[in-house]
Design a protein around this ligand. Sequence first.
Ligand code: NAD
Length: 492
Amino acid sequence: MNTISILPNYINGQWCASKATDYLEVINPATAEVLAQVPLSLALELNEAATAAAVAFTTWRRTPPTERVQYLFKLKNLLEAHFEDLARTITLECGKTLAESQGEMRRAIENVEVACGIPMMMQGTNLEDIAKGIDEIMIRQPLGVAAVICPFNFPGMIPFWFLPYAIACGNTYIVKPSEKVPLTMQKVFQLLEKTGLPKGVINLVNGTKEVVDAILDHPQIRAISFVGSTPVAKYIYSRGAANGKRLQCQGGAKNPIIILPDADIEMTTRIAADSAFGCAGQRCLAASIAVTVGTARQTFTEAIAETAKKRIVGNGLDQSVQMGPVITAQSKTRIEELIQKGADEGANLLVDGRHPNITGYENGNFIRPTILQNVQPAGEIARTEIFGPVLSLIHLDTIDQAIALVNSGQYGNMACLFTTSGAAARKFRYEAEAGNIGINIGVAAPMAFFPFSGWKDSFFGDLHGQSNHAVEFFTQTKVIVERWPSDWSRQF
Ligand code: NAD
């Protein structure tokens, strides 16, 4: 008989059973198999982690940056050695295809690589003689204890937008994974443990709202990173700020892509389909609205409908599969209801992917790619984040109308343009109100050495995840103004 394991927390260098009395099942979205139970840890366990991290900070901040990054070099090697196992774990608990999980882990590793440059990236600035005989120096110091609260859709990558920079800068850290996909971080923490990091530097606390609220209120936690839906991002931002925390909160999205009449339709269709249906549309950088301008309407509409129908849907572990399930049965129901809502608002269901029959996976949360045509720009379906494999088509006459539509949206995570015109591309990148822009790119995901730049209701805060933004987020500046009169010097 298979026994379902209850996942432990990792606090102060120890794997420890949670004191929780409530648990949630971790379910494989392709098969409905129960993979594990995740404890809804208590506030007192978060307190134990924060206390351990605060104690560890006193020594860790004094460890030279060159020594701190040695742990990251070890981690990079361990992540490479366990790459396939980590990718498989992501697919098991999250549903995406193995290739998508591998791509996710590659970006996670890139962030470790970038953070290995902390001895350069963390440097300050200085200027001699700001006044006669007076020098001014700006240094960066770590904050103390920091924490991240993660969403379900990138269980391997998203903690790495923050963790490597936080600890390389000399902070100590707490990870709260999504309760839907906690297994990948269990494996990552087993590797982090193998690096020999001093106890208390990194901690893992599973759970939901009780742990999150304890993070937001804990006096020893100085900085919080959040990635998830916009309503929760707003909540974290306001409660955390009221408690004086430094915050960066990445929220939801509704990403438009614009197709001009001069676009290469074959390439555009392939890229747009990958963007809309990759990861079953559960990507904060998924294209969810395609705006065709002028004659692109007919050519693109026909091509994308054909491509959508051909996409192979199934268990992500199967190499031939191009799209996996959505995360939960509730999510599937919600997406199917939103598709119906679009039809009720007057859209034409050009490709209807609801209620598919995936042989051998009758209990999985599958929806096939879906395309809604003639979606009303002001309607609910054009405004709501669906977070499923659903592309809405809107037709407009000019690029100005299309940019106006982009800029009227609540979110600003990503906007893309497909064209062969440099002038149109320049106009778009200049005027579009989104923080990540794609030109003939469908998923404009910044590399680890650029900040992940959401705008509007896709981001609350100032400094983003990744790269130099992460270094600034995880350090506080100290300015020293010094006078050493020469007549104080002893003559040697
Ligand atoms: P979610 O907001 O439901 O959950 C995110 C985290 O918040 C989880 O750890 C969860 O335990 C916690 N949480 C949920 N409700 C809470 C509450 N009421 N109080 C305190 N904590 C709470 O998000 P999700 O469904 O896991 O992830 C999908 C969302 O994340 C989508 O909206 C997607 O666009 C967004 N996302 C954004 C980015 C980005 O970079 N902007 C990246 C990935 C995902």
